[in-house]
Design a protein around this ligand. Structure first.
Ligand code: SF4
Length: 290
């Protein structure tokens, strides 16, 4: 047996049936999160993917190792299991809790590795903010004096410098989202614990992507990475052009005028945005063209 084959065997984890939510589920496709409680067919990870996930985890450990050498900060906890500070159905494990000597305060850090930091406009991701906020909430429940946390993104390709964001606490947002997932699970399990597929949350919709002057409906990025696609869940993975900018004006294709609302938010056309009730006028005009 080769060395690599032996490593792949070590990376194989026995599958356990899911019994609780993880903090990292927050912000993920609700259908996928609930399917993890059932027995749905999923794509197996390739050996290359298993190595990539393992490496991502060790990258986090390396960052913590370097931080531990700092004289400005003290690493208080690493990989801290904080199930007790979270609502009953939730489990979580925080990457690092540090003490900042200069600011005389402590805060949690969540490392996030990305495939490329080239496009930073959508950072910090709302799902990541929610996850870190749930750690802040849990730490406070456990009597740690914590008000903010740091989301730290590192580029796994080695092409871009990392970025970090300070995230404030928002317990209401966290609890509201946790309740949403819990409700989805209650509906899915029904009264009889029968695990009915028809009670799963709906497939998440495609997203609108703008490329220069064209707008396309593209598969939701989460579906592209989902291990249930296409065996147990079959979202629409096609790409359709739905609108374009012509001489500075938005032109929506006939069959896609129901996306006018979302398109409006993406471009906020000046001629409408500058007039009273501009949004309603825009929608009326689009519907007239139907
Ligand atoms: S394929 Fe898409 S909609 Fe279906 S479970 Fe996965 S992420 Fe959710």
């Amino acid at each position: 047996m080769s060395i690599l084959e032996e490593i792949y065997i070590q990376l194989d984890k026995p599958k356990k049936k899911k019994e609780h939510f993880y903090v990292t589920d927050l912000g993920s496709c609700p259908r996928k999160v609930i399917m993890n409680f059932g027995d749905y067919k999923r794509k197996e990870l390739t050996n290359a993917e298993k190595i990539m996930f393992f490496k991502a985890n060790s990258d986090h450990k390396s960052m913590t190792y370097l931080l531990n050498k700092s004289k400005k900060y003290s690493v208080m906890e690493t990989e801290l299991v904080i199930n007790d500070g979270l609502p009953k159905l939730w489990h979580g494990r925080l990457d690092v809790l540090i003490y900042d000597y200069k600011g005389s305060c402590m805060y949690p850090i969540d490392w996030k590795g990305t495939r490329s930091l080239r496009y930073q406009a959508d950072l910090p991701k709302s799902a990541h903010k929610l996850q870190l906020r749930s750690y802040i909430m849990a730490l406070r429940v456990l009597s740690y004096p914590v008000d903010i946390g740091k989301l730290t993104y590192v580029d796994r390709t080695g092409s871009y410098e990392g970025v970090e964001f300070e995230i404030e606490a928002d317990d209401d947002e966290v609890l509201e989202n946790m309740k949403f997932y819990e409700k989805c699970l209650t509906v899915y399990k029904g009264d009889s614990d029968n695990l009915l597929p028809q009670l799963l949350p709906p497939i998440i919709p495609r997203e609108i992507k703008r490329t220069k002057d064209e707008f396309h409906l593209v598969p939701n990025w989460q579906c592209g990475y989902c291990h249930y696609q296409p065996s147990s869940c079959k979202p629409n993975m096609s790409k359709n052009k739905i609108a374009s900018m012509v001489n500075g004006e938005l032109s929506i294709r006939k069959d896609y005028t129901n996306y006018a609302n979302k398109l409006y938010k993406m471009i906020e056309p000046k001629e409408y945005a500058d007039t009273p009730n501009g949004f309603s006028k825009f929608i009326n005009d689009v519907n007239k063209e139907k």
